[in-house]
Design a protein around this ligand. Structure first.
Ligand code: GDP
Ligand code: IMO
Ligand code: MG
Length: 429
């Protein structure tokens, strides 16, 4: 049975964790294919909230094998801490498998993430400071250490020695920081962490293909989102991996024909953490309403997320970039009680009147366009208890229909609350 990709269509925090969990009910494997612990995926089960960073969302079911694919960057200490947190709450993490080809986040990656942000000054990206960018940079520069290197102390020491010479020169001479001690890093990674991680390391590509060949369901869980994609996002205000569905092939080790379903997760409005262009950003009363009602603070960093109206130009573009087969809309409940809802259906460049139905390729244009809004009446009803399409007020249904029509992609689920059961299925519609 071919695989399903769950991908964010905006700037992250759309509710990918909740949807992955929902779709993993029948899945054998749930694979994270990129990113690292910059992600924060929340799943609420029976009122209990689980915030996951590295461990795939399928971990909460006993029938799934959570897999960390080769495309992910892994801080082994964070992975161990997350497993301990889950175990202490009664979740069995023993089935977790980590690709030996995944790259390691090292102590100097954190230092460099901090320093590059500091040097960028007011041009900073607002990263999560988790060493993500520097770890992917080393992967591309072919000086990264991989998870499998933890199994071979000789190789680990040799690679670390070479890399640390350069990193320490950079840290001390350019950034005026203290150099890092190789023996200490070895002691931590080889002495403390390797014995804990070793039992988790496996051949994840073989696992995925065995499952696919046996006709089992494989879920590919994206982190970050389409507009944080290194190639297709609002560069340089992006992350350093490829969250788009194509990235799932590379990051899990499958080909495009192994994927049959791509579910784009669309928050009913938009948020963004960190810097970068955001055409439909709002402030004032509506912003406070969305942030308060939607609890829009980073799962990881606690930062207030920047809110805005739903932008369908982005979703239309995301549909192309990911070949979306369906949409899942989340947090529709958050919009209750707003009198009028604005939805951006195009952009206009006021300098020459050009209208854009897709994201303009030149980012200077994206910075200066203004949204063309369609206004829809809101609804007063609380949606939290809705379990079928008929439970949604007509205005809420119209909002969903507009999204499907403008994006050109059908909607299969609508989220009406954070709980695992709080959704309405449009599958049969
Ligand atoms: P992710 O990074 O895409 O997995 O999303 P996050 O977990 O960072 O942020 C989504 C937040 O919205 C979490 O707190 C979820 O519990 C919550 N959430 C998800 N779906 C819904 C929904 O339909 N309604 C409401 N009110 N909250 C939701
Ligand atoms: P999930 O998976 C929202 C943002 C950061 C910053 C930029 C680069 O929970 O949706 P990085 O640390 O990756 O180098 O930061 O990307 N960012 C996210 N924003 N949700 C995320 O993950 C994010 N992961 C990174 O805020 O602007
Ligand atoms: Mg998140």
């Amino acid at each position: 049975m071919p695989a399903t990709v769950v991908v964010g269509t905006q700037w992250g925090d759309e509710g990918k964790g909740k949807l992955t969990d929902l779709l993993a009910k029948e899945a054998r494997l749930v694979v994270r294919y990129q990113g690292g612990h910059n992600a924060g995926h929340t799943i609420v089960v029976d009122g209990e909230s689980f915030a996951l960073q590295l461990v795939p969302s399928g971990v909460l079911y006993s029938h799934t094998v959570p897999v960390i694919g080769n495309g992910v960057v892994v801080d082994p200490a964070v992975l161990i801490a997350e497993c301990e947190m889950l175990e202490s709450r009664g979740i069995d993490t023993s089935r977790l498998v980590v690709s030996g080809n995944a790259h390691l986040i090292m102590p100097y990656h954190y230092e460099l993430d901090l320093m590059t942000e500091r040097f960028l000054g007011h041009n900073k990206l607002g990263t999560t400071k988790r060493g993500i960018g520097p770890a992917y940079a080393d992967k591309a520069a072919r000086i990264g250490l991989r998870v499998q290197d933890l199994l071979d102390p000789k190789i680990f020491r040799e690679k670390l020695g070479v890399v640390l010479r350069e990193k320490n020169a950079l840290l001390s001479r350019v950034y005026n920081r203290l150099p890092l001690d190789q023996a200490k890093i070895e002691e931590r990674y080889l002495g403390e962490l390797a014995p804990r991680i070793a039992p988790m390391i496996g051949d994840t590509v073989a696992l995925v293909h065995t499952a696919l060949e046996a006709g089992e369901q494989v879920m590919l869980e994206g982190a970050q989102a389409t507009f944080l994609d290194l190639d297709h996002g609002t560069y340089p205000f992006v992350t350093s991996s490829n969250p788009v569905a194509g990235g799932a092939c590379v990051g899990a080790g499958i080909g495009p024909r192994d994927i049959s379903r791509v579910v784009g997760i669309v928050k009913a409005y938009v948020t963004r953490v960190g810097s970068g262009p955001f055409p439909t950003e709002v402030d004032g009363e509506v912003a406070d309403y969305l942030v308060d009602r939607g609890h829009e603070y980073g799962t990881n960093t606690g930062r207030r997320r920047r809110p805005g109206w739903l932008d369908l130009v982005m979703i239309r573009h995301a549909a192309r970039l990911n070949s979306l087969s369906e949409l899942a809309i989340t947090k529709l409940d958050v919009l209750s009680r707003l009198e009028t809802l604005k939805v951006c259906t195009a952009y206009e460049d006021t300098t020459d009147g050009t209208r854009y139905e897709h994201i303009p390729y030149h980012q200077s244009v994206l910075h200066r366009v203004v949204p063309v809004y369609e206004e829809l009446p809101g609804w007063q009803e609380d949606l939290a208890g809705a379990t079928s399409v008929d439970d949604l007020p007509a205005e809420a249904r119209r909002y969903v229909e507009l999204i499907a029509r403008v994006a050109g992609v059908r909607v299969s689920y609508v989220g009406v609350g954070p709980g695992r059961e709080q959704y309405v299925s449009f599958a049969a519609a």
